[in-house]
Design a protein around this ligand. Structure first.
Ligand code: FAD
Length: 408
Protein backbone atom coordinates (compact mmCIF):
# COMPACT_ATOMS: atom_id res chain seq x y z
CA UNK A 1 0.00 0.00 0.00
CA UNK A 2 1.40 3.39 -0.98
CA UNK A 3 1.88 5.88 1.82
CA UNK A 4 -0.37 8.89 1.55
CA UNK A 5 1.55 12.06 0.83
CA UNK A 6 0.80 15.62 -0.25
CA UNK A 7 -2.78 16.74 -0.69
CA UNK A 8 -4.71 19.69 0.69
CA UNK A 9 -4.84 18.33 4.23
CA UNK A 10 -1.23 17.34 4.42
CA UNK A 11 -0.50 20.96 3.49
CA UNK A 12 -2.90 22.27 6.15
CA UNK A 13 -1.28 19.92 8.67
CA UNK A 14 2.14 21.29 7.87
CA UNK A 15 0.86 24.89 8.04
CA UNK A 16 -0.68 24.23 11.46
CA UNK A 17 2.41 22.41 12.73
CA UNK A 18 4.55 25.43 11.96
CA UNK A 19 2.56 27.78 14.18
CA UNK A 20 2.70 28.25 17.91
CA UNK A 21 -0.52 27.03 19.47
CA UNK A 22 -0.13 28.99 22.72
CA UNK A 23 -0.73 27.75 26.24
CA UNK A 24 -2.26 24.30 26.21
CA UNK A 25 -4.80 24.66 28.97
CA UNK A 26 -6.53 27.78 27.70
CA UNK A 27 -8.45 25.93 25.01
CA UNK A 28 -8.60 26.70 21.32
CA UNK A 29 -6.13 28.54 19.13
CA UNK A 30 -6.99 29.89 15.68
CA UNK A 31 -5.47 26.72 14.21
CA UNK A 32 -7.83 24.52 16.22
CA UNK A 33 -10.71 26.69 15.06
CA UNK A 34 -9.72 26.29 11.37
CA UNK A 35 -9.78 22.55 11.80
CA UNK A 36 -13.15 22.62 13.56
CA UNK A 37 -14.75 24.81 10.92
CA UNK A 38 -13.77 22.48 8.09
CA UNK A 39 -15.03 19.43 9.97
CA UNK A 40 -18.26 21.21 10.82
CA UNK A 41 -18.95 21.75 7.10
CA UNK A 42 -18.42 18.05 6.38
CA UNK A 43 -20.76 17.09 9.24
CA UNK A 44 -23.48 19.45 7.98
CA UNK A 45 -23.23 18.23 4.38
CA UNK A 46 -22.23 14.57 4.56
CA UNK A 47 -23.49 13.26 7.90
CA UNK A 48 -26.31 15.16 9.62
CA UNK A 49 -28.79 14.98 6.73
CA UNK A 50 -28.65 11.15 6.94
CA UNK A 51 -28.48 10.53 10.70
CA UNK A 52 -32.22 9.86 11.19
CA UNK A 53 -32.21 7.32 8.37
CA UNK A 54 -29.11 5.54 9.70
CA UNK A 55 -30.50 5.52 13.24
CA UNK A 56 -33.65 3.89 11.92
CA UNK A 57 -31.69 1.34 9.88
CA UNK A 58 -29.56 0.46 12.93
CA UNK A 59 -26.26 1.05 11.14
CA UNK A 60 -24.41 3.85 9.38
CA UNK A 61 -22.24 3.11 6.31
CA UNK A 62 -18.85 3.22 8.03
CA UNK A 63 -16.80 2.67 4.88
CA UNK A 64 -18.50 5.55 3.07
CA UNK A 65 -18.33 8.01 5.97
CA UNK A 66 -14.75 7.10 6.92
CA UNK A 67 -13.59 7.55 3.33
CA UNK A 68 -14.95 11.10 3.36
CA UNK A 69 -13.35 11.86 6.72
CA UNK A 70 -10.10 10.10 5.78
CA UNK A 71 -9.72 12.02 2.53
CA UNK A 72 -10.18 15.24 4.49
CA UNK A 73 -7.51 14.15 7.01
CA UNK A 74 -9.71 13.84 10.09
CA UNK A 75 -8.89 10.22 10.93
CA UNK A 76 -5.26 10.93 11.71
CA UNK A 77 -4.78 14.53 12.83
CA UNK A 78 -2.31 13.48 15.56
CA UNK A 79 -0.75 10.60 13.63
CA UNK A 80 2.70 10.84 11.98
CA UNK A 81 2.78 12.34 8.48
CA UNK A 82 4.88 9.34 7.41
CA UNK A 83 1.74 7.23 7.71
CA UNK A 84 -0.68 9.74 6.22
CA UNK A 85 -1.54 11.67 9.38
CA UNK A 86 -1.31 15.44 9.92
CA UNK A 87 1.41 15.16 12.57
CA UNK A 88 -0.36 17.56 14.95
CA UNK A 89 -0.48 17.15 18.72
CA UNK A 90 -3.22 15.34 20.66
CA UNK A 91 -5.11 18.59 21.41
CA UNK A 92 -6.12 18.68 17.73
CA UNK A 93 -7.57 15.20 18.03
CA UNK A 94 -9.54 16.42 21.03
CA UNK A 95 -10.79 19.40 18.99
CA UNK A 96 -11.97 16.92 16.35
CA UNK A 97 -13.71 14.83 19.03
CA UNK A 98 -15.47 17.93 20.39
CA UNK A 99 -16.58 19.00 16.94
CA UNK A 100 -17.94 15.53 16.13
CA UNK A 101 -20.35 16.25 18.97
CA UNK A 102 -22.29 18.33 16.43
CA UNK A 103 -23.44 15.10 14.81
CA UNK A 104 -27.06 14.61 15.82
CA UNK A 105 -26.52 11.28 17.54
CA UNK A 106 -23.65 9.85 19.59
CA UNK A 107 -23.29 6.49 17.80
CA UNK A 108 -21.46 7.81 14.73
CA UNK A 109 -18.96 9.93 16.74
CA UNK A 110 -18.26 6.85 18.88
CA UNK A 111 -17.42 4.72 15.82
CA UNK A 112 -15.26 7.52 14.40
CA UNK A 113 -13.54 7.65 17.79
CA UNK A 114 -12.71 3.95 17.62
CA UNK A 115 -11.25 4.46 14.15
CA UNK A 116 -9.33 7.68 14.83
CA UNK A 117 -8.31 7.35 18.44
CA UNK A 118 -9.04 4.07 20.21
CA UNK A 119 -7.89 1.20 17.99
CA UNK A 120 -4.62 2.78 16.86
CA UNK A 121 -2.64 4.56 19.64
CA UNK A 122 -0.66 1.41 20.57
CA UNK A 123 -0.06 0.52 16.92
CA UNK A 124 1.20 4.06 16.29
CA UNK A 125 3.52 4.03 19.31
CA UNK A 126 4.78 0.48 19.41
CA UNK A 127 3.95 -1.19 16.07
CA UNK A 128 6.60 -2.06 13.49
CA UNK A 129 6.94 0.04 10.34
CA UNK A 130 5.56 -2.85 8.25
CA UNK A 131 2.52 -3.25 10.52
CA UNK A 132 1.82 0.48 10.40
CA UNK A 133 2.01 0.46 6.62
CA UNK A 134 -0.41 -2.46 6.49
CA UNK A 135 -2.98 -1.29 9.10
CA UNK A 136 -2.42 2.31 10.17
CA UNK A 137 -2.10 3.88 6.72
CA UNK A 138 -5.44 2.58 5.33
CA UNK A 139 -7.17 3.30 8.66
CA UNK A 140 -6.08 6.95 8.57
CA UNK A 141 -7.01 7.16 4.88
CA UNK A 142 -10.48 5.78 5.61
CA UNK A 143 -9.96 2.85 3.23
CA UNK A 144 -10.69 0.30 5.97
CA UNK A 145 -12.79 0.16 9.14
CA UNK A 146 -11.04 -0.64 12.43
CA UNK A 147 -12.45 -2.05 15.65
CA UNK A 148 -11.08 -2.61 19.14
CA UNK A 149 -11.45 -6.07 20.70
CA UNK A 150 -10.94 -5.94 24.45
CA UNK A 151 -14.22 -6.82 26.22
CA UNK A 152 -15.57 -10.35 26.37
CA UNK A 153 -18.85 -11.88 27.51
CA UNK A 154 -17.19 -12.77 30.83
CA UNK A 155 -14.79 -9.82 31.24
CA UNK A 156 -15.54 -6.12 30.81
CA UNK A 157 -14.41 -4.06 33.81
CA UNK A 158 -12.01 -6.85 34.71
CA UNK A 159 -9.87 -6.68 31.56
CA UNK A 160 -7.13 -8.82 33.15
CA UNK A 161 -9.62 -11.70 33.22
CA UNK A 162 -10.12 -12.07 29.45
CA UNK A 163 -10.04 -15.67 28.18
CA UNK A 164 -9.24 -15.33 24.46
CA UNK A 165 -5.92 -17.01 23.68
CA UNK A 166 -3.35 -16.53 20.93
CA UNK A 167 -0.98 -19.49 21.02
CA UNK A 168 2.25 -19.42 19.03
CA UNK A 169 2.57 -22.28 16.52
CA UNK A 170 5.60 -21.77 14.30
CA UNK A 171 5.38 -18.33 12.73
CA UNK A 172 1.70 -17.94 13.52
CA UNK A 173 -0.62 -17.26 16.43
CA UNK A 174 -3.66 -19.54 16.65
CA UNK A 175 -6.53 -17.58 18.18
CA UNK A 176 -9.50 -19.02 20.06
CA UNK A 177 -12.19 -17.34 22.14
CA UNK A 178 -14.52 -14.44 21.53
CA UNK A 179 -15.13 -10.73 21.97
CA UNK A 180 -18.28 -8.89 23.03
CA UNK A 181 -19.65 -5.36 22.47
CA UNK A 182 -17.38 -4.64 19.54
CA UNK A 183 -18.15 -1.25 18.01
CA UNK A 184 -18.20 -1.47 14.18
CA UNK A 185 -17.65 -5.21 14.66
CA UNK A 186 -19.87 -6.30 11.78
CA UNK A 187 -18.33 -3.81 9.32
CA UNK A 188 -14.70 -3.92 10.45
CA UNK A 189 -11.78 -4.95 8.23
CA UNK A 190 -9.36 -5.40 11.12
CA UNK A 191 -9.37 -5.59 14.89
CA UNK A 192 -6.85 -4.42 17.46
CA UNK A 193 -7.19 -7.60 19.54
CA UNK A 194 -6.17 -8.18 23.15
CA UNK A 195 -5.45 -11.86 23.82
CA UNK A 196 -3.55 -14.04 26.27
CA UNK A 197 -0.31 -15.13 24.63
CA UNK A 198 1.04 -17.08 27.61
CA UNK A 199 0.04 -18.63 30.93
CA UNK A 200 1.86 -16.05 33.07
CA UNK A 201 0.48 -13.46 35.54
CA UNK A 202 -2.60 -11.69 34.07
CA UNK A 203 -0.92 -8.29 33.65
CA UNK A 204 2.09 -9.75 31.85
CA UNK A 205 0.60 -12.50 29.66
CA UNK A 206 -1.37 -10.41 27.19
CA UNK A 207 -0.55 -9.01 23.78
CA UNK A 208 -2.14 -6.71 21.24
CA UNK A 209 -2.41 -8.15 17.74
CA UNK A 210 -3.60 -6.65 14.44
CA UNK A 211 -6.18 -9.15 13.26
CA UNK A 212 -7.64 -8.97 9.72
CA UNK A 213 -11.35 -9.73 10.02
CA UNK A 214 -11.62 -11.77 6.81
CA UNK A 215 -9.61 -14.75 8.09
CA UNK A 216 -11.13 -18.24 8.24
CA UNK A 217 -12.50 -19.02 11.72
CA UNK A 218 -13.80 -15.51 12.51
CA UNK A 219 -17.56 -15.49 13.04
CA UNK A 220 -19.55 -12.32 13.61
CA UNK A 221 -22.15 -14.03 15.78
CA UNK A 222 -24.69 -11.24 16.13
CA UNK A 223 -25.33 -7.56 15.87
CA UNK A 224 -26.54 -6.50 19.30
CA UNK A 225 -29.86 -4.63 19.59
CA UNK A 226 -29.25 -1.68 21.96
CA UNK A 227 -30.99 0.99 24.02
CA UNK A 228 -29.09 3.77 22.25
CA UNK A 229 -26.16 4.41 19.88
CA UNK A 230 -28.44 2.76 17.36
CA UNK A 231 -26.63 3.83 14.19
CA UNK A 232 -23.39 2.29 15.48
CA UNK A 233 -23.26 -1.47 14.98
CA UNK A 234 -22.10 -3.43 18.02
CA UNK A 235 -21.20 -7.09 17.53
CA UNK A 236 -20.32 -10.28 19.32
CA UNK A 237 -17.48 -12.12 17.57
CA UNK A 238 -16.05 -15.62 17.95
CA UNK A 239 -12.62 -16.97 16.97
CA UNK A 240 -12.08 -20.62 16.12
CA UNK A 241 -8.49 -21.60 15.31
CA UNK A 242 -7.85 -18.29 13.54
CA UNK A 243 -4.28 -18.19 12.24
CA UNK A 244 -2.45 -14.90 11.98
CA UNK A 245 1.27 -14.24 11.35
CA UNK A 246 3.31 -13.50 14.52
CA UNK A 247 4.54 -10.36 12.76
CA UNK A 248 1.04 -8.93 13.41
CA UNK A 249 1.99 -8.55 17.10
CA UNK A 250 2.05 -4.91 18.22
CA UNK A 251 5.28 -4.14 20.07
CA UNK A 252 6.48 -6.75 22.55
CA UNK A 253 4.72 -9.96 23.50
CA UNK A 254 3.34 -9.80 27.07
CA UNK A 255 3.04 -5.98 27.08
CA UNK A 256 -0.54 -5.91 25.76
CA UNK A 257 -2.19 -5.09 29.09
CA UNK A 258 0.15 -2.15 29.67
CA UNK A 259 -0.28 -0.91 26.09
CA UNK A 260 -4.07 -1.12 26.46
CA UNK A 261 -4.02 0.82 29.73
CA UNK A 262 -2.05 3.55 27.93
CA UNK A 263 -4.46 3.38 25.01
CA UNK A 264 -7.36 3.83 27.46
CA UNK A 265 -6.03 7.29 28.45
CA UNK A 266 -6.66 8.60 24.93
CA UNK A 267 -9.97 6.73 24.65
CA UNK A 268 -11.27 8.29 27.87
CA UNK A 269 -10.18 11.83 27.03
CA UNK A 270 -11.72 11.40 23.59
CA UNK A 271 -15.00 10.18 25.11
CA UNK A 272 -15.16 13.23 27.41
CA UNK A 273 -14.47 15.62 24.53
CA UNK A 274 -17.13 14.02 22.36
CA UNK A 275 -19.76 14.54 25.08
CA UNK A 276 -19.31 18.33 25.53
CA UNK A 277 -21.17 19.57 22.44
CA UNK A 278 -24.11 17.18 22.84
CA UNK A 279 -24.50 18.42 26.41
CA UNK A 280 -24.44 22.04 25.27
CA UNK A 281 -26.86 21.27 22.45
CA UNK A 282 -29.32 19.57 24.78
CA UNK A 283 -29.18 22.55 27.16
CA UNK A 284 -29.58 25.09 24.32
CA UNK A 285 -32.44 23.21 22.64
CA UNK A 286 -34.15 22.97 26.02
CA UNK A 287 -33.78 26.72 26.51
CA UNK A 288 -35.27 27.33 23.06
CA UNK A 289 -38.16 24.94 23.64
CA UNK A 290 -39.04 26.11 27.15
CA UNK A 291 -38.86 29.76 26.04
CA UNK A 292 -41.69 29.26 23.57
CA UNK A 293 -43.68 26.62 25.51
CA UNK A 294 -46.17 28.34 27.81
CA UNK A 295 -47.70 26.80 30.95
CA UNK A 296 -49.95 28.71 33.35
CA UNK A 297 -49.65 31.77 31.12
CA UNK A 298 -45.85 32.07 31.03
CA UNK A 299 -42.92 30.34 29.31
CA UNK A 300 -41.68 27.24 31.16
CA UNK A 301 -38.24 28.86 31.08
CA UNK A 302 -39.42 31.76 33.25
CA UNK A 303 -39.77 29.48 36.26
CA UNK A 304 -36.71 30.04 38.41
CA UNK A 305 -36.36 26.34 39.15
CA UNK A 306 -35.99 25.77 35.38
CA UNK A 307 -33.60 28.56 34.39
CA UNK A 308 -31.46 28.17 37.51
CA UNK A 309 -31.09 24.45 36.79
CA UNK A 310 -30.12 25.14 33.16
CA UNK A 311 -27.55 27.72 34.27
CA UNK A 312 -26.14 25.30 36.83
CA UNK A 313 -25.79 22.51 34.26
CA UNK A 314 -24.10 24.86 31.76
CA UNK A 315 -21.62 25.76 34.51
CA UNK A 316 -20.85 22.12 35.14
CA UNK A 317 -20.22 21.51 31.44
CA UNK A 318 -17.69 24.36 31.45
CA UNK A 319 -15.97 22.85 34.49
CA UNK A 320 -15.76 19.52 32.71
CA UNK A 321 -14.23 21.25 29.68
CA UNK A 322 -11.60 22.89 31.92
CA UNK A 323 -10.65 19.57 33.50
CA UNK A 324 -10.43 17.98 30.05
CA UNK A 325 -8.13 20.70 28.72
CA UNK A 326 -5.95 20.49 31.82
CA UNK A 327 -5.57 16.73 31.34
CA UNK A 328 -4.92 17.11 27.60
CA UNK A 329 -2.29 19.81 28.23
CA UNK A 330 -0.48 17.59 30.72
CA UNK A 331 -0.75 14.59 28.39
CA UNK A 332 0.82 16.48 25.49
CA UNK A 333 3.72 17.38 27.77
CA UNK A 334 4.31 13.66 28.33
CA UNK A 335 2.72 13.20 31.77
CA UNK A 336 0.76 10.22 33.02
CA UNK A 337 -2.78 11.63 33.15
CA UNK A 338 -4.57 8.44 34.15
CA UNK A 339 -5.97 10.11 37.28
CA UNK A 340 -7.26 13.24 35.52
CA UNK A 341 -8.55 11.29 32.50
CA UNK A 342 -10.44 9.00 34.89
CA UNK A 343 -11.82 11.96 36.87
CA UNK A 344 -12.96 13.65 33.67
CA UNK A 345 -14.54 10.43 32.36
CA UNK A 346 -16.31 9.87 35.70
CA UNK A 347 -17.64 13.43 35.71
CA UNK A 348 -18.68 13.19 32.05
CA UNK A 349 -20.57 9.98 32.79
CA UNK A 350 -22.43 11.53 35.70
CA UNK A 351 -23.11 14.82 33.91
CA UNK A 352 -24.44 13.27 30.71
CA UNK A 353 -26.96 11.32 32.77
CA UNK A 354 -27.95 14.33 34.91
CA UNK A 355 -28.21 16.86 32.06
CA UNK A 356 -30.19 14.65 29.70
CA UNK A 357 -32.47 13.55 32.55
CA UNK A 358 -33.22 17.11 33.76
CA UNK A 359 -33.64 18.49 30.24
CA UNK A 360 -35.90 15.67 29.09
CA UNK A 361 -38.17 16.44 32.05
CA UNK A 362 -38.46 20.12 31.02
CA UNK A 363 -39.80 19.03 27.60
CA UNK A 364 -42.79 17.31 29.23
CA UNK A 365 -44.47 14.77 26.93
CA UNK A 366 -42.46 15.98 23.92
CA UNK A 367 -39.30 14.76 25.65
CA UNK A 368 -40.71 11.24 25.63
CA UNK A 369 -41.06 11.19 21.83
CA UNK A 370 -38.46 10.13 19.30
CA UNK A 371 -39.03 13.40 17.43
CA UNK A 372 -36.63 15.39 19.59
CA UNK A 373 -32.88 15.16 19.97
CA UNK A 374 -33.05 15.23 23.75
CA UNK A 375 -34.61 11.76 23.89
CA UNK A 376 -31.98 10.28 21.54
CA UNK A 377 -29.13 11.78 23.54
CA UNK A 378 -30.81 10.70 26.80
CA UNK A 379 -30.31 7.13 25.51
CA UNK A 380 -27.02 7.51 23.65
CA UNK A 381 -25.06 9.44 26.24
CA UNK A 382 -25.64 6.84 28.95
CA UNK A 383 -22.84 4.95 27.26
CA UNK A 384 -20.30 7.49 28.54
CA UNK A 385 -20.78 5.84 31.95
CA UNK A 386 -20.10 2.37 30.49
CA UNK A 387 -17.84 2.29 27.40
CA UNK A 388 -14.08 2.38 27.97
CA UNK A 389 -14.70 1.61 31.65
CA UNK A 390 -17.67 2.25 33.90
CA UNK A 391 -18.01 4.97 36.56
CA UNK A 392 -17.00 2.40 39.18
CA UNK A 393 -13.85 1.53 37.23
CA UNK A 394 -13.00 5.25 37.07
CA UNK A 395 -13.56 5.54 40.83
CA UNK A 396 -11.31 2.51 41.47
CA UNK A 397 -8.52 4.08 39.39
CA UNK A 398 -8.88 7.46 41.10
CA UNK A 399 -8.73 5.76 44.53
CA UNK A 400 -5.58 3.93 43.47
CA UNK A 401 -3.88 7.16 42.39
CA UNK A 402 -5.02 8.91 45.59
CA UNK A 403 -3.53 5.99 47.54
CA UNK A 404 -6.75 5.71 49.53
CA UNK A 405 -6.51 1.93 49.92
CA UNK A 406 -3.50 -0.08 51.11
CA UNK A 407 -1.42 -1.53 48.25
CA UNK A 408 -1.98 -5.25 47.58
C1 FAD B 1 -22.52 0.17 22.93
C2 FAD B 1 -21.25 -0.39 23.50
C3 FAD B 1 -20.09 -0.32 22.74
C4 FAD B 1 -18.90 -0.90 23.22
N1 FAD B 1 -17.79 -0.90 22.42
C5 FAD B 1 -16.71 -1.65 22.80
C6 FAD B 1 -15.62 -1.87 21.90
O1 FAD B 1 -15.61 -1.36 20.77
N2 FAD B 1 -14.61 -2.66 22.30
C7 FAD B 1 -14.58 -3.25 23.54
O2 FAD B 1 -13.62 -3.95 23.83
N3 FAD B 1 -15.60 -3.05 24.41
C8 FAD B 1 -16.66 -2.28 24.07
N4 FAD B 1 -17.70 -2.09 24.95
C9 FAD B 1 -17.66 -2.76 26.25
C10 FAD B 1 -17.49 -1.83 27.42
O3 FAD B 1 -16.18 -1.34 27.49
C11 FAD B 1 -17.89 -2.65 28.66
O4 FAD B 1 -19.30 -2.82 28.60
C12 FAD B 1 -17.49 -1.99 29.94
O5 FAD B 1 -16.09 -2.06 30.10
C13 FAD B 1 -18.16 -2.68 31.17
O6 FAD B 1 -17.95 -4.05 31.14
P1 FAD B 1 -19.19 -5.04 31.31
O7 FAD B 1 -20.25 -4.64 30.37
O8 FAD B 1 -18.68 -6.42 31.24
O9 FAD B 1 -19.74 -4.74 32.78
P2 FAD B 1 -19.27 -5.49 34.11
O10 FAD B 1 -17.79 -5.47 34.17
O11 FAD B 1 -19.97 -6.79 34.20
O12 FAD B 1 -19.84 -4.51 35.21
C14 FAD B 1 -21.14 -4.67 35.78
C15 FAD B 1 -21.32 -3.65 36.88
O13 FAD B 1 -20.34 -3.85 37.90
C16 FAD B 1 -19.81 -2.59 38.23
N5 FAD B 1 -18.46 -2.64 38.80
C17 FAD B 1 -17.29 -2.90 38.16
N6 FAD B 1 -16.27 -2.77 39.01
C18 FAD B 1 -16.80 -2.42 40.21
C19 FAD B 1 -16.26 -2.14 41.50
N7 FAD B 1 -14.95 -2.19 41.71
N8 FAD B 1 -17.10 -1.81 42.47
C20 FAD B 1 -18.44 -1.76 42.29
N9 FAD B 1 -19.00 -2.01 41.09
C21 FAD B 1 -18.20 -2.34 40.08
C22 FAD B 1 -19.80 -1.86 36.91
O14 FAD B 1 -19.69 -0.48 37.10
C23 FAD B 1 -21.15 -2.22 36.38
O15 FAD B 1 -22.11 -1.38 36.95
C24 FAD B 1 -18.88 -1.49 24.51
C25 FAD B 1 -20.05 -1.52 25.28
C26 FAD B 1 -21.22 -1.01 24.78
C27 FAD B 1 -22.45 -1.11 25.61
Amino acid sequence: MALRGGGRWARLGSALRGRSSGPRDTGDTPQHRDLRETLRKIIDKEINPFVDKWEEEGQFPAHKVFKILGQAGFLGVDKPTEYGGMGLDFSYNIAVAEELGNIRCAGIPMAIGVQAGMATPALTRFGSHELKKQFLVPTIAGDVVACLGISEAGAGSDVANIKTTAVRKGNEYVINGGKMWITSGSQADWMCLLANTSEGPPHQNKSLICLPMNLPGIHVAKKIDKLGMRSSDTAQIFFENVRVPCTNLIGEEGKGFTYQMLQFQEERLWAVASALKPLETVIQETIDYTRQRKVFGQPVLHNQSVHFRLAEMATEVELLRSLLHRAVGLYIEGNDVTKFASMAKLKAGRLTREVTDSCLQFWGGMGFTSEVLVSRLYRDLRLISIGGGTDETMLSIICKYMEILPRK
